[in-house]
Design a protein around this ligand. Structure first.
Ligand SMILES: *[C@@H]1O[C@H](CO)[C@@H](O)[C@H](O)[C@H]1NC(C)=O
Ligand SMILES: *[C@@H]1O[C@H](CO)[C@@H](O)[C@H](O)[C@H]1NC(C)=O
Ligand SMILES: *[C@@H]1O[C@H](CO)[C@@H](O)[C@H](O)[C@H]1NC(C)=O
Length: 377
């Protein structure tokens, strides 16, 4: 159980009555220690029973701090696994982090959110300022497209510690002031926390934007032709987002061990071997609002695994749903027939939905090129 120590006020008045300087200093330190909310050894992993968030003066939802599970270190071989994985195991049970930047009215409130046809949910780390800037004026521009509304949200944790963390948070705050398009939580934005970020977003969505029709969940280094995405979604038979849709670059039949060379490697201490259910590569996934909420529901009872794309595949499998493949989503790279042609020829990109790994300058250039009315392919 939480042991939330609310003795600060009582202690504060006691502090004032004590005359001796040393005693005051001593008690002051004691008061400060009690200000932090302690969650002792017996941390819990049952997200559904966690205390609801409280609204602070700034209107941002805050959750009590989640502390490390020290008994994770008692696992055999714990010392031999990489630091990043150890860190993951210590904090695996944590599902709520305080929000630093919130956008409760982004979708026009829960009821207004049905007006949002496509919500762009872009995973970005604080330091990727240049990427966000270019996306805001290219594919992720908020607009009416073909009569339907596109909205944009960047989701982020924090980078670094101390001054570095403060500076980077300051950058996001400036951007928020100007663009109102960032959700930020106070957790470390590292590879092994990607699933956490996803779950935090879904929790936010259920609360603030539950009726958005479709979502494009993408990395901040992709080039997405959102005009085509809207056109594709509008062409679906069920285009109001109430049916299952989860599509992108489909990956099937992989085993955790098969990934030992890649950044997606998950040690046995985290996940027993076996094979993963099919999933779509996390670079860019197109899903319905309905499916997003199903994933959120399923996530409540599935322990966190580091990589959000694999994890979402597991949530779908648990719900008896399957991801599908869309050949317009190229999260590896685009096939360019020969090396002596311009790989940034807009004709290769005009018809696609999304391609991974574009430098900001090329995103800027390509967005302009594919919209050139004189373009002939
Ligand atoms: C803490 O770690 C231990 C050892 O891995 C594990 O058995 C336990 O379930 C974890 N506790 C929580 C709350 O995740
Ligand atoms: C995830 O974020 C928490 C909160 O900042 C941090 O304590 C933990 O180390 C992070 N996990 C990993 C694996 O980086
Ligand atoms: C998710 O779970 C809640 C509560 O159990 C339920 O009301 C809701 O219909 C579920 N949503 C979906 C999309 O399955």
């Amino acid at each position: 159980m939480f042991r939330i120590l609310k003795r600060t006020n009582i202690r504060a008045s006691t502090c004032l009555q004590v005359g001796a300087l040393l005693v005051i200093i001593f008690l002051w330190k004691d008061c400060m220690d009690h200000k932090t909310i302690h969650l002792k050894e017996d941390v819990r992993n049952d997200a559904s029973k966690t205390k609801p968030p409280s609204k602070s003066a700034s209107g941002v939802h805050s959750w009590p701090r989640c502390e490390q599970n020290r008994s994770a270190a008692s696992d055999t071989d714990f010392g031999s696994i990489p630091q990043s994985v150890q860190d993951f195991l210590y904090y695996r049970h944590c599902r709520h982090f305080p929000m630093l930047l919130d956008l409760p009215d982004k979708c026009g409130g829960a009821s207004g959110s049905a007006e949002v046809f496509l919500l762009l949910v872009i995973k970005s780390s604080p330091e990727n300022y240049d990427r966000r800037e270019v996306l805001r004026k290219t594919w992720a521009k908020e607009r009416l497209q073909n009569g339907v509304r596109i909205q944009r949200i960047f989701i982020s944790g924090t980078t670094g510690t101390g001054f570095e963390k403060d500076s980077m948070n300051g950058v996001l705050k400036l951007e928020q002031h100007e663009h109102s398009d960032i959700l930020q939580w106070d957790f470390s934005d590292s590879l092994y926390n990607f699933t956490l970020k996803q779950i935090l977003f879904l929790e936010w969505m259920e609360r603030n934007c539950p009726n958005a029709r479709f979502l494009l969940n993408a990395d901040d280094d992709v080039f997405a032709v959102t005009d085509n995405v809207v056109e594709y979604l509008q062409s679906l038979e069920d285009n109001n987002g109430n049916k299952h849709l989860f599509t992108g670059h489909l990956i099937q039949n992989v085993r955790p061990t098969a990934l030992s060379w890649s950044k997606h490697f998950i040690p046995v201490q985290v996940q027993e071997s076996g094979s993963y259910p099919p999933f779509c590569s996390g670079g860019g996934i197109l899903l319905s609002g309905y499916t997003a909420l199903v994933i959120y529901n399923m996530s409540q009872s599935i322990p966190i695994l580091p990589f959000d794309d694999i994890y979402m595949g597991m949530c779908l499998a648990k719900a008896g749903l399957t991801p599908s493949s869309h050949n317009g989503v190229m999260t590896t790279s685009l096939y360019i027939p020969s090396s002596n042609v311009d790989e940034y020829d807009p004709c290769y990109y005009r018809e696609i939905l999304l391609v991974h790994r574009f430098l900001p300058a090329y995103i800027y250039l390509m967005w302009d090129r594919i919209h050139n009315p004189d373009l002939k392919c």
